[in-house]
Design a protein around this ligand. Structure first.
Ligand SMILES: Nc1ncnc2c1ncn2[C@@H]1O[C@H](COP(=O)(O)OP(=O)(O)OP(=O)(O)O)[C@@H](O)[C@H]1O
Ligand SMILES: [Mg+2]
Length: 511
């Protein structure tokens, strides 16, 4: 089913330009998608990837340039038109309706019907199960989407796109919210779909995935196309260099700052929401990593420590003093900050500019009398905008107009500014580019250097092992094992996390 070199590609984009109120997001980008080919679209945050695929998906109309389907020009005025031309898209932002069930979301707008009026619920349930099956997803078709975890919602999103009759499948950061096992399943499925003749466009900041799955790579930078090359001609370092413009030598610049003063001591903590008898200590200046599969209970441990879920048993001491957080406000007042995993929903005030989103955690200091002091807000905001290399236009734009990765950096900046003593980072580098990841790592080093402790949750195992001092492996809400990060490798971590370790005894907790 591969296009032959002489046949026209399924899709050809020629010299696409697109501006938003003065920001030129695409400055003349050409791109092709061929049947049977997985084409990775790479680039830093804000380089124009989502904008390009949104032109193909009928969300945006290019200002100029051509889109050819099988050699014939087409224009789309609406996403439905793109879909009618065989384009199925998984957007970076979720597009599910939170109050509907999994099945209703998958079949939104095309529900099977018994007669002209009656929706055929039985067929819908059976069909949903059939769609979820290749992804090996155990999900109740009747579950309401807003009650699912971020990872599960992402899987529904993927299932929905795959269930559409399509010739082109576009995936914008499909694995950002997924753990290793789900990611592996998805990559296998994508390869299968390509082998069946679909064209696939794949956007990801996880380069190891790209190298596992892609046939060809296009790199964008500042709205320009830097290169399009078959992947076998490239090494990971080449791709990073094209994206960032410089060589990155040191991917994980870890500095150890742990000192022996305990910051947080947790003893036998349980919640009604899936945390069972969890005990550990985090020292001042330590990065304590939580490893585990998606749904293992890592986020629930974070929620408990941040006062979001009620404790049913256990003791927690912060700098030797016993504490009981019944709300996030109490946690924050005691110097605990949480950067949540689901930033889209929990993290940002979409109509504010970046500086206000950053300073909102210490708003009292931004007041002049009863009024906000915009100068002080701007100065504080500016400092973090440059420290985290947030795009400078963030200073004026509402954050809803920033690219996905830049939005993320704004949330991180807010907590850095809040001066917490213990920061919980839930997937802090999800969806941000290599350069921005380095920025986050440097900030982590800087924080721990000040004696601030960090609870790090990451499904990126190399990152977790490299940037933590110690790592705890979580499964089913229990901590199964705690080890010095340097004494654990990715495979051991995965084996314990997935329950696949040999030997009948689970490893004993230590530390
Ligand atoms: N609707 C919009 N209004 C205004 N500006 C926008 C809009 N959409 C995108 N932009 C701007 O266009 C540029 C490209 O953004 P785009 O979302 O395509 O980046 P991206 O490569 O997908 O980045 P990321 O990796 O962070 O998702 C950015 O400067 C962004 O702020
Ligand atoms: Mg994007």
């Amino acid at each position: 089913m591969m296009d032959t070199p002489t046949s026209p590609p399924l899709w050809e984009l020629r010299d696409i330009k697109k501006s938003f109120y003065g920001t030129q997001a695409l400055k003349g980008v050409s791109f092709t998608a061929r049947r049977g080919e997985i084409h990775a679209l790479l680039g830093e945050n804000g380089s124009g990837k989502s904008t390009l695929i949104k032109c193909l998906a009928g969300v945006h109309q290019p200002d100029s340039g051509e889109m050819l389907l099988n050699g014939r020009p087409v224009t789309f005025h609406h996403p439905m038109e793109a879909r009618a031309h065989g384009v199925a898209t998984i957007f970076q932002e979720f597009s599910l309706v939170p109050t509907l069930t999994v099945a209703e979301n998958i079949f939104l707008g095309r529900q099977p019907r018994r007669s002209t009026r009656l929706i055929d619920w039985d067929t819908m349930r059976v069909e949903t199960a059939r769609v979820l099956q290749p992804l090996e997803i155990q999900l109740d078709p009747e579950a309401i989407v807003k009650n699912l975890s971020v990872a599960e919602q992402q899987l529904v999103e993927i299932a929905k796109a795959i269930s559409l009759e399509s010739t082109l499948l576009i995936m914008d950061e499909p694995t950002a919210a997924l753990g290793l096992a789900e990611t592996e399943r998805l990559l296998r499925l994508i390869k299968r779909l390509a082998a069946q003749g679909k064209a696939v466009v794949y956007i990801s900041h996880r380069l190891d995935e790209v190298f596992e799955v892609a046939d060809i790579v296009t790199v964008l930078k500042d709205g320009n196309r830097i290169a399009t090359r078959p992947i076998h001609e490239l090494k990971m370092g080449d791709v990073v260099k094209m994206m960032v413009g410089v060589d990155i030598e040191q991917h994980y610049p870890k500095i150890h700052h742990t000192n022996p003063t305990p910051c947080l001591e947790v003893e036998g903590l349980s919640t009604a929401n899936g945390v069972h008898d969890v005990s550990f200590t985090i020292n001042a200046g330590e990065v304590f990593g939580l490893g585990g599969m998606v749904g293992s209970g890592r986020t629930e441990i974070a929620r408990a420590l941040f006062g979001l879920d009620r404790w049913t048993a256990g003791k927690v001491r912060l700098f030797g003093r016993e504490v009981q957080f019944k709300s996030p406000a109490e946690a924050i007042n005691n110097g605990v900050g949480l950067i949540p995993e689901n930033r889209k929903a929990d993290g940002l005030f979409f109509n504010f500019e970046a500086p206000r989103n950053i300073t909102i955690s210490r708003l009292a200091e931004m007041l002049r009398g009863p009024f906000l002091n915009p100068m002080r807000e701007m100065q504080a905001g500016q400092q973090y905008v440059s420290k985290l290399s947030i795009t400078p236009t963030a200073l004026e734009k509402s954050v809803k107009f920033l690219s996905g990765g830049n939005q993320q950096k704004v949330v991180i900046a807010r907590w850095l500014f809040s001066q917490a003593r213990l920061l919980i980072l839930d997937e802090p580098t999800q969806g941000i580019d290599v350069g921005a990841k380095l920025d986050v790592y440097h900030v982590i080093n800087e924080l721990t250097g000040l004696g601030i402790s960090i609870l790090l949750i990451s499904s990126d195992y190399p990152e977790l092992l490299a940037m933590s001092d110690r790592v705890a492996v979580v499964r089913d809400g229990h901590i199964l094992h705690i080890a010095e990060a340097g004494r654990l490798n990715e495979y051991e971590l995965l084996a314990i996390a997935s329950g696949a370790e040999t030997g009948s005894q689970p490893p004993t907790a230590a530390g």
